[in-house]
Design a protein around this ligand. Structure first.
Ligand SMILES: [Zn+2]
Ligand SMILES: [Zn+2]
Length: 367
C-alpha cells in the first residue's frame, strides 16, 4: 500500500513521484486509505485495468478511475506536473504567481498555468471547519486563550478607524487567534513570540510582560463581516470558537453577548498606542504585509474572503507546509465545483465564505 504521508523535502518528492504510476497509486491511497472499494457495488475485489492507465475494474466489471470527473481527468498535463504544481502551491509560503508557475513547470501557455494554479489554490480557500479551543496538551503551557477583534483590511491606510479617507475601500474582518502562554524560562524559547509588536494584554493593571508571561500564536480564523454589532460578532464566535473557552476582547459592549453564550470573556484596555491584543495584532500585521507584498495590495473586495481563507490555511500550517500538499491535491481529485477559468475571468465564481457552512467532503486526512 502506498503511504499517504506527504513528502517533506524536494528530494523525497522527486523520488516518490518520478512516474505517472507512482502518482496514480498515491491518489488511490489518498482516496481509499483502507484499500480500494468499488464505488458502484462496494466490492473490494478489483484489479488494475491494463488498457487504461490508472483505471480499476472490479469483479462485476465496473470501471473506476481515480481522476474521473476531476481536473486531472484526461488532462493533457501529466499527473507529475499536477503533483509538482500542488507541491509549489502548498509549500511556497507567500504563494506563487502564474508567470513563475508557468516557468517552473515548463508550461507553454500562460492560460494553462493560470487555470491550473487557480484549481490547485481553490483547495486552500475552502473554509476551515474545526473550532479553536487553544488547548494543546503542552505541559509547560499554563494558559490558553483566544483573542478576538474586528479589524479593517485593505484600502490605502491600515488601522481601526471607522471613518475617514480610504475607509470606504476597506473591509471589516473578524479575527480570532489562539494564544498559548507560559511563564518565562519554562516553555521552549524557540516558541516565544511575545512582544514583537510592542503590544501587551493587561489585566488588573498588570501587563503580560510584567508578570513574565511568554506567548505564541496558535491557529487563527478570519471572516469578512458587515459591522461590529453583537448580532454579527456572536455568530462568528459560535462558529469558530469552542464554548467554554477564555476569550479576550477590547471593551466593545457587543462582546457582552459572548459571555451570555457561555464564553469566559475577559476585557483588555489599550494603554497608549500599545495593542491590547498583541498576538492578534501580530497576525493581522502579517496578513496586511502578505496582502501588500505578495498581492501588491491589489485584492478586489469580491476575492478578499478567498485570500483570508488562504492566509488562514497557510498560517495554521506554517510549521508543516507539506501537509497542505494532500489537501491541495484533494481538490483536483475530489471533483468539487471547479474554479473554471471562465468563472474567474468573468467573476461569476463565488469564493466559499465560512458563513455559508462546510462545503468540503472529507476523505483527505491532512491533520
Ligand atoms: Zn463494482
Ligand atoms: Zn499550548
Amino acid at each position: 500500500m502506498t503511504s499517504t504521508k506527504p513528502p517533506e523535502t524536494l528530494l523525497q518528492f522527486a523520488s516518490r513521484f518520478r512516474t505517472e504510476k507512482q502518482c496514480i497509486a498515491y491518489l488511490y491511497a489518498l482516496r481509499w486509505p483502507n484499500g480500494f472499494v468499488c464505488p458502484k457495488c462496494g466490492t473490494t475485489k478489483a484489479g488494475p485495468l491494463k488498457a487504461i492507465p490508472g483505471a480499476m475494474e472490479c469483479e462485476n466489471r465496473h470501471m473506476t478511475t481515480v481522476t474521473a470527473g476531476t481536473a486531472l481527468h484526461r488532462s493533457k498535463i501529466p499527473l507529475q506536473t499536477w503533483f509538482m504544481g500542488a507541491w509549489l502551491v502548498a509549500t511556497l509560503k507567500p504563494g506563487i504567481s502564474a508567470v513563475q508557475f508557468q516557468r517552473q513547470l515548463g508550461l507553454t501557455r500562460l492560460e494553462t498555468a493560470w487555470t491550473m494554479l487557480h484549481k490547485l489554490r481553490s483547495a486552500l480557500v475552502a473554509p476551515e471547519r474545526d473550532k479553536l479551543n487553544g488547548e494543546c496538551g503542552n505541559p509547560s503551557h499554563t494558559e490558553h486563550w483566544i483573542e478576538i477583534d474586528e479589524v479593517y483590511v485593505g484600502g490605502k491606510e491600515s488601522g481601526k478607524e471607522r471613518s475617514g479617507r480610504g475607509a470606504e475601500s476597506k473591509a471589516l474582518v473578524m479575527v480570532a487567534v489562539e494564544v498559548h502562554g507560559w511563564p518565562a524560562g519554562k516553555g521552549d524559547p524557540a516558541d516565544d513570540e511575545s512582544g514583537n509588536e510592542g503590544g501587551t494584554r493587561r489585566r488588573g493593571g498588570k501587563a503580560d510582560n510584567e508578570i513574565g508571561l511568554r506567548t505564541k500564536a496558535g491557529r487563527c480564523r478570519m471572516r469578512i463581516v458587515e459591522d461590529g454589532k453583537a448580532a454579527t460578532i456572536l455568530p462568528f464566535i459560535l462558529d469558530n470558537v469552542e464554548r467554554g473557552s477564555v476569550i479576550w476582547t477590547d471593551d466593545n459592549p457587543a462582546y457582552n453577548a459572548a459571555s451570555r453564550a457561555g464564553y469566559h470573556r475577559m476585557i483588555t484596555v489599550a494603554k497608549g498606542d500599545a495593542n491590547p491584543l498583541p498576538t492578534l495584532g501580530r497576525v493581522t500585521t502579517n496578513l496586511k504585509r502578505w496582502l501588500i507584498g505578495t498581492h501588491k495590495g491589489a485584492v478586489q473586495a469580491q476575492h478578499l474572503q478567498a485570500y483570508l481563507n488562504e492566509f488562514t490555511f497557510r498560517f495554521n500550517r506554517r510549521d508543516y507546509p507539506w501537509i497542505a500538499f494532500n489537501r491541495v491535491l484533494s481538490l483536483a481529485a475530489l471533483g468539487r465545483p471547479a474554479v473554471e477559468y471562465e468563472g474567474l475571468y468573468k467573476h461569476t465564481w463565488i469564493h466559499p465564505n465560512p458563513t455559508q457552512g462546510p462545503v468540503q467532503a472529507g476523505f483527505f486526512h491532512d491533520e
